[in-house]
Design a protein around this ligand. Structure first.
Ligand SMILES: [Zn+2]
Ligand SMILES: [Zn+2]
Length: 587
């Protein structure tokens, strides 16, 4: 920090104390002005001071010049220090967060006793995670959301990589690894193997009976920019995209325990260790020690079996009850990608005055991919026509013309394939407006097979307002599916606030379907909410929200997310046969 920034910050702190403790807005402004002036100086303030020119700096009056003189001569200002004693020190770092001014910072620091500068920001994060910030009565929900947003943006992105970015990097490396005759298997470890929406480190486990040869081969991968440390069994590398990774080699006889150990999660492993310790067992990456004898495991299944448990899929190793379920052989049979029989949220290339973005692929392009995937049905759901500027008749005409357009292409497709025909559904993705109405008239809605209702605006409403508007929108009989429920987009938009328990109860009772949106920057429905809804008997649909045919490949992300929420095939309507789906959609 330069001397000018340092001094400017000091004055900002003084200003803040005047503001919150003395209610002295005059001196607050004077100190802020001085602080800004100093920050903008083109030469170090200390030089100005040395030549006795402090009073020539705009905003520095006689009093302040005296304090600065004391500051540059002794390194501190007694008067300032006595002011600082009036407030908890934790408020100062909080003021550096966007959207937090002196009063807000003071209220937070005082309420939660944040007296340490060093830990104040991480303490605040914890308070937010626990949802305790609204304990401050004068805080509006919007204030809390704003702070949460600012902090997430500060912490997100730097350390955690979205799964869809990490996965191709990892897959490419693994494809390279398993080409070697010295490598028997290779897997990603940690959060990447557990398929979290964002991942921390990308580390790799390598199974080999000739570790030296395997390591030499691994380290010659063309996308490694540098080998930071090289060891016989573990090396630390940097990839050309700047990501760092650990490579951990295991002999085949302990491959199972090594994979288990480094897949985590930490909480899962801690819980596992606690309950097995009672039985006199000790777990490590090398195996399980029982009565001083180390037992090796070639597979994770054998590892869990030794502990009297069923194999636990990595996606649910989060210490959310999976260990107990595995002990009592009651783990859910999680949904698999191959269970999926169709995709009900695809934007077509039909060109019209739409409220949001159009798709780019034609029906025949979409159906070609659906055929490869052995889908039985596809639902097109373009956004509703723009709400303002079109008459009801114009909107109806758009919907009818679009229907004709899709049907004509469908008939051409039917003629071409003859044998196994994929069924076509024509729906629409309809905006949930701020007041809970949906952006299509009764007549337009009656022309559709089904509607997905989604929030695309006014994300900042209160929990109560959002809950109300969602339930109201879903109350329409054509509204079958709630699209991308929380609206969160990774690293760019926070989830909306809503009472999900109430919404899930409504959906369970009224047979409304919740979408698990597989678009990799969305994946907006967190696994714990999916889990809650599964327990309430809510049904889901996993949709790709594709705007072009290649995006239909994203289905896997949605399936992983559903698995992380303990969802089984029976919970997901697009694993149903077309006949059963029709009855769910009341067609
Ligand atoms: Zn949408
Ligand atoms: Zn969409």
């Amino acid at each position: 920090m330069t001397i000018n920034t340092e001094t400017a910050q000091l004055l900002k702190r003084v200003a803040a104390v005047f503001r919150v403790k003395e209610g002295d807005t005059f001196r607050y402004k004077a100190y802020i002005n001085a602080s800004v002036a100093i920050d903008n100086l083109s030469e170090p303030l200390v030089e100005v001071w040395k030549r006795g020119g402090l009073d020539s700096v705009p905003g520095i009056g006689e009093n302040l010049a005296a304090y600065l003189n004391e500051y540059f001569s002794t390194g501190k200002v007694k008067h300032f220090n006595s002011l600082f004693k009036k407030v908890p020190s934790g408020m100062f770092p909080l003021m550096t967060i966007r959207g937090i001014g002196p009063i807000t910072a003071y209220k937070i620091a005082k309420k939660f006793h944040l007296n340490e500068e060093k830990t104040a920001i991480s303490d605040l994060k914890e308070i937010l995670i626990k949802g305790e910030l609204n304990k401050i009565k004068s805080f509006k929900e919007k204030t809390v959301q704003k702070i949460q947003k600012a902090l997430n943006i500060q912490s997100f992105g730097k350390t955690r990589l979205p799964l869809y970015e990490a996965l191709p990097i990892a897959s490419e490396f693994i494809d390279y690894l398993i080409k070697s005759k010295y490598i028997l298997a290779a897997e990603p470890l940690g959060s990447l193997r557990r398929k979290l929406e964002t991942v921390g480190d990308i580390d790799f486990g390598i199974c080999s009976s000739t570790p030296k040869k395997a390591m030499d081969y691994a380290l010659t991968y063309s996308k490694i920019s540098s080998v930071i440390t090289k060891g016989g069994m573990v090396s630390h590398i940097k990839l050309i995209n700047g990501l760092e990774a650990d490579l951990k080699i295991s002999l085949p006889n302990s491959w199972g325990s090594m994979l288990q150990h480094y897949t985590g999660s930490k909480l899962h492993n801690i819980h596992l260790r606690t309950i097995t310790k009672e039985k006199g067992l000790s777990l490590s990456e090398y195996g399980i020690t029982k009565k001083e004898k180390l037992n090796h495991f070639t597979s994770e299944t054998k590892f869990y079996q030794f502990l009297g448990m069923d194999y636990i899929p990595p996606e649910i190793r989060e210490n959310g009850g999976e260990i107990e379920l595995a002990q009592s052989h009651k783990l859910p049979r999680l949904i698999e990608l191959t269970d999926i029989k169709g995709d009900l949220h695809i934007h077509s290339d039909y060109d019209f005055e739409s409220s949001h973005d159009l798709g780019v692929s034609s029906l025949s392009e979409i159906f070609a991919v659906a055929e490869q995937k052995k889908y039985q049905y596809v639902g097109f759901t373009d956004h509703n026509p723009k709400f303002l500027g079109l008459t009801e008749n114009q909107k109806n005409k758009i919907i009818l013309d679009r229907k004709k357009y899709l049907e004509a292409q469908f008939h051409a497709y039917e003629k071409r394939v003859k044998h196994r025909v994929i069924k076509l559904l024509i729906g629409m993705e309809v905006d949930i407006r701020t007041d809970g109405t949906i952006a299509l008239s009764e007549k337009s809605l009656s022309l559709l097979d089904y509607a997905i209702v989604s929030i695309h605006s006014s994300f900042g409403l209160t929990q109560e307002e959002n809950t109300k508007r969602i339930i109201q929108a879903l109350s329409h009989k054509k509204a079958k599916i709630l699209g991308h429920p929380t609206g969160r987009t990774i690293n760019s938009r926070e989830p909306i606030s809503a009472n999900w328990a109430e919404i899930f109860d409504f959906c369970a009772k009224n047979k409304k379907i919740i979408e698990i949106n597989a678009y990799p920057t969305r994946l907006d429905l967190p696994s714990d909410l999916i889990k809650q809804a599964v327990q309430k008997g809510v049904r889901f649909v996993i949709n790709t929200d594709s705007h072009e045919d290649s995006q239909m490949e994203n289905m896997k992300y949605g399936v992983w997310q559903a698995r992380r929420g303990y969802a089984e095939k029976k919970d997901i309507v697009n694993t149903f046969s077309f006949e059963n789906l029709r009855s769910v959609l009341e067609l």
